[in-house]
Design a protein around this ligand. Structure first.
Ligand code: IMP
Ligand code: MG
Length: 179
């Protein structure tokens, strides 16, 4: 058997799970009156976060889930300007109370682009949840409603986040060696 990835742990599985339980509580409070919300995860990085987050929301609240595949990074660790939509949501957005879910907000460009698209389709309301926020996320900080952890400007992997499609399966979040 190969040894586990040697990259240093930034956030343990326990830290992540505890924080998600808090976010779930906060979201449940905020949406209890409406009784319904629609979670739109930005793929691929958010898929594990979405899975845990929706299960931490009060089951009395009706939760719909859909995904959008958006790309801006290719296989590098540098942000690029173009944000492309590869796969769109299928549920109708008009009038829905949406929580847009990101794995990590770095420059915030991906998020702004997706938010504009959903706004143009007449979403009733849009809030943002992100597991991680990097310093660059301040560009859109006023609009980040649920933030799991603020981290330094490291390139991190695990818990859904990848480097060249690897490491998404790690249960914790690690700093990629050399970044
Ligand atoms: P932004 O558009 O610059 O905010 O970039 C956000 C997207 O870049 C995220 O959804 C991730 O897919 C990717 N990204 C940014 N930082 C990291 C990182 O540290 N590890 C893995 N992916 C990252
Ligand atoms: Mg992403």
């Amino acid at each position: 058997m190969k040894a586990a990835a040697p990259h240093p742990v930034l956030l343990s599985e326990t830290q992540i799970q505890r924080r998600i339980a808090d976010l779930g509580e906060q979201i449940s409070k905020d949406y209890r009156a409406q009784g319904a919300l629609c979670v739109v995860g930005i793929l691929k990085g958010s898929f594990i976060f979405v899975a845990d987050l929706i299960r931490s929301i009060d089951p009395a609240i009706s939760v719909e889930v859909d995904f959008m595949t958006v790309g801006s990074y290719g296989n590098s660790t540098k942000s690029s300007n173009d944000v492309r939509v590869f796969q769109d949501v299928r549920i109708p957005i008009e009038g829905r109370d949406i929580i847009l879910v990101e794995d990590v907000v770095d420059t915030g460009r991906t998020l702004l682009r997706v938010r504009d698209i959903l706004t143009a389709r007449g979403a009733g309301s849009i809030r943002i949840a992100t597991l991680l926020e990097k310093p660059g996320g301040r560009e859109v900080a006023g609009n980040l409603d649920y933030v799991g952890f603020k981290i330094e400007d490291h390139f991190v992997v695990g818990y859904g986040l990848d480097y060249a499609e690897r490491y998404r399966n790690l249960r914790d979040i690690r700093v990629l060696n050399g970044f």
